[in-house]
Design a protein around this ligand. Structure first.
Ligand SMILES: [Zn+2]
Ligand SMILES: [Zn+2]
Length: 255
């Protein structure tokens, strides 16, 4: 009798699991991570949101990741990098910062549209896979605590954790910190931006030992002139970091 009952329970298990999944999908149908349109599976984008994203592909400047129209050979540098070599080893971005991606990113930044984090995490993990044997940690670009209070979360930190979940790299929190509040960078020229972030970052003394001789993946949402990322890289180098690999969701491309 008991054996019989047990057999029935065993048989019922997959049916129950299937039922639970179907019920969950009916109660919480999969929706586009951006516009909430119904989609096939959880954590995906719908086709129209997908089409609106302009992914950056080769050929690119090997230093800053700026896309080129024509292939001008391996290890090609853009004019800006030729003029002044950035402090980071290299920078890569997933997509172009344009009108379409801007609204997504602003929503992500200011309107708690954090459901995009898993999608971004998967995309960044693909870029990060080339640093598998080179980098040791992920470090997010820090936000000043005053700004953190008004925004409630640091989007760079959110992205860093999403990347970590999809890769083998751990996040090192509170390692790179902002020592003074800087002006909002938008509207400033390249020179003004450089001045604005000069000396704005630091690595606390007790965190220095752990960074010596290591290489890191520095994460932020958008790269514009690269002034912030350059200032962060310089600070990390001063603390003994060897290579800084910058990964951002988007980057500006002046056409
Ligand atoms: Zn959508
Ligand atoms: Zn470049």
């Amino acid at each position: 009798m008991i054996t019989h009952l047990r057999e029935n329970i065993v048989k019922a298990k997959p049916i129950l699991a299937h039922w639970a999944k179907t019920t969950a999908n009916t109660l919480f149908p999969a929706r586009c991570a951006s516009c909430r349109e119904l989609v096939e599976k959880h954590g995906a984008l719908c086709s129209s949101c997908w089409q609106n994203i302009h992914f950056i592909t080769d050929p690119i400047c090997y230093k800053c990741g700026l896309p080129f129209e024509y292939n001008i050979g391996e290890m090609a540098l853009c004019a800006a990098c030729m003029k002044q070599k950035p402090a980071y080893t290299e920078a890569r971005a997933i997509f172009k910062y344009d009108e379409n991606s801007k609204s997504q990113l602003l929503a992500f930044k200011f309107h708690d549209k954090t459901q995009l984090a898993p999608v971004f995490g998967q995309w960044l993990a693909r870029l990060a896979s080339s640093y598998e044997n080179k980098a040791h940690f992920i470090i997010p670009v820090p936000l000043h605590y005053m700004r953190l209070m008004t925004r409630r979360y640091n989007q760079a930190s959110l992205i860093a954790h999403a990347l970590s979940k999809n890769s083998t790299f751990p996040v090192l929190p509170d390692t790179l910190i902002r020592r003074r509040k800087t002006m909002v960078q938008s509207g400033l020229s390249k020179k003004e931006r450089e001045k604005n972030v000069h000396g704005a970052f630091m690595v606390p003394k007790n965190k220095r030992e752990g960074l010596k001789g290591k290489s890191v993946i520095l994460v932020d949402d958008v790269m514009t002139t690269g002034a912030t990322l350059d200032a962060c890289s310089r600070t990390l180098h001063d603390a003994g970091v060897i290579d800084v690999y910058v990964l951002t969701l988007a980057r500006t491309v002046i056409e």
